[in-house]
Design a protein around this ligand. Sequence first.
Ligand code: ADP
Ligand code: MG
Length: 354
Amino acid sequence: MKRIISAAAALVLTLGLTSCARVDPDKAQESVQVIAMDTAMVISTYGRHSTRAAYASEDCIRALEALLSRTKEDSAVSCLNGAGTLELGEPGEELIPLLDAAERYRAETEGAFDITVAPVVSAWGFTAETFQVPGGAELEKLLDLVDGSAVRTEGRTVSLAPGQSIDLGGIAKGYAADKLTAVFRENEVPRALATLGGNVLAWGDRPDGTPWRVGVKDPARPDDQSAFVGVLELTNAFAVTSGGYQRCFEENGKLYHHIIDPATGYPADNGLTSVTVVAAANTGEVPGNGTMCDAYSTAIFVMGEAEALDFWRDRRADFDLVLVTADGRVVVTAGLAGAFAPDEESGYAFETVS
Ligand code: ADP
Ligand code: MG
């Protein structure tokens, strides 16, 4: 029996929304919900231009989906995957810096993050939601196509190696979050909270001046929306979670999820059940830390704990981590020590590492 366990968002938020009936225009608030990129998104903006900003955010996400989706036939990514090469027009040009960023993250993570894993993701049925366990020989053949370093960009033209395709599902929501920071700046939004599935952007602070509170879901209880391992208190930060519980199916009593280890072709199984990456959101770069957090959360899930902590120690100025392990521990890196409130009732053992 195949079954989709849960496509629920990785993070559930504790929102302190003010009423939009207040007179002070700086306290105005607007919220939009967008179903896009295979997930439910909520964007809440504040300030005198909150309504304009909220709808501009929605437009921004829809335009990105039209460019990056693998399931929309006429997206730039689908055209590239179909033809193996694509000359980008003006609206598609931004794909080039995004592909450059993807290549940088592939190299940094020694291939744990690789957008050319696309044919393998499809073989498991995660693209068309026709879940199946592929044969070993089929996976071996497909793994030959996985090599992000073979993606070429020259001017506005992108080309893939024969048979290759790309999947930006591990990076697109993070890139969208980076773009929202630009929308918020343009519209002078002093504070906002955007949850793009497991990608959260906590912009500014809450209306009462305290940090946004972002819950890290307990990956062992995916269907319980109130089950957390702890809460992150964040101001001007991205928090991105990857977990095997978000999109998976069961066959013959075994659970298979959507984060593929490019070294094996199988769902990553290296002892982690969820990875949350936190980084600053006020750098102004697009692609920037939102994209980085998304790529890293996928890659670190593939790496497993020991490799993940080595990776963090080499780059500890750039980001912090909350790792949840299959053996019941929550490992928090030093930079989050004051910002992570563990849920002691959750049954996990908590560790801070430096
Ligand atoms: P989600 O999209 O659920 O938030 P992730 O950001 O971790 O989770 O991305 C997982 C998606 O990325 C998969 O659905 C697939 O499209 C793609 N993917 C799977 N494995 C990898 C990988 N090793 N490197 C890059 N992308 C991947
Ligand atoms: Mg990701």
